[in-house]
Design a protein around this ligand. Structure first.
Ligand code: ADP
Ligand code: ADP
Length: 224
């Protein structure tokens, strides 16, 4: 599904090049669960942003289901992103003035889904993520774990096949964090590809396939 070939990402900072990614090669099959580990500054977020079509390689190839994404214009990339990819971040990025239900509904509205279908889908999601009795609460009225479940429900509202999670438990206590990991892993059990970026070794080891980054390169890969 994902094929990166010799992907480089070079930032210019004050006229000097910063090599965030140096020739990454990576293939991920549909349905895999992969963790990306490595110290701060090793290129994990840059890699995730490129995989999520939020950023482009400075050079190299990124094929998603055989489509060479580096050749696509922004509109085509945004379309693929909306249909195919769900993002989960450390900060939940919920809209504070919208209820849990409205936050989850947002991507469906943006995609132009009809109101009746939207209502059905939101109801399913509230149920699947144990948020039924939190539907009318604002984010400020939810616990951290509930907020992240709303963010995950929103991320999968459009039925993506790829979930990109960047330190999804970073703002949660250990127990709540593990519950959120279980929610993400349940999505993977349903067939979604899950890519988890974390500097937490214990969390990273939950994935059957792990890559470790240093200075913009993959230095180690483990598979169970
Ligand atoms: P990680 O997620 O592993 O902490 P990042 O991908 O955020 O690593 O960063 C990799 C390298 O790229 C770091 O040296 C960082 O300073 C640099 N970098 C990341 N984003 C930018 C940016 N927007 N502009 C300049 N340098 C950046
Ligand atoms: P069921 O197993 O009967 O589908 P669930 O409570 O697991 O019951 O899910 C209810 C509905 O919520 C599903 O039909 C699906 O539409 C939605 N849902 C649950 N998990 C996911 C998911 N990972 N991605 C997308 N939709 C999901």
């Amino acid at each position: 599904m994902i094929e990166l070939e010799d992907v480089w990402r070079i930032y210019q900072v004050g006229g000097q090049p910063v090599y965030a990614l140096r020739g990454i090669n990576l293939k991920v099959e549909a349905g895999e669960y992969l963790s990306v580990m490595g110290p701060s500054g090793s290129g994990k977020s840059t890699l995730l942003h490129i995989l999520g079509l939020l950023d482009r390689p400075s050079r190299g190839s990124y094929r998603l289901d055989g489509i060479e994404t580096t050749q696509l214009d922004e509109e085509a990339r945004a379309g693929l992103r909306q249909q195919r990819i769900g993002f989960v971040f450390q900060v939940f990025h919920l809209i504070p003035r919208l209820t849990a239900r409205e936050n989850i509904e947002l991507p469906l509205m943006l995609a132009g889904i009809a109101p009746a279908a939207r209502r059905r889908r939101v109801q399913q999601l509230l149920k699947a993520f144990a948020l039924e009795n939190r539907a009318l609460h604002l984010p400020s009225e939810l616990s951290g774990g509930q907020r992240q479940r709303v963010a995950i429900a929103r991320a999968v509202a459009m039925e993506p096949d790829l979930i990109l999670a960047d330190e999804p438990t970073g703002n949660l206590d250990r127990k709540t964090g593990l519950e959120v990991m279980e929610v993400l892993e349940a999505l993977n059990c349903r067939g979604l590809t899950l890519i988890l970026v974390t500097h937490d070794l214990e969390l990273g080891r939950r994935a059957p396939r792990r890559i470790e980054m240093r200075d913009g390169a993959i230095v180690r890969e483990t598979r169970e």
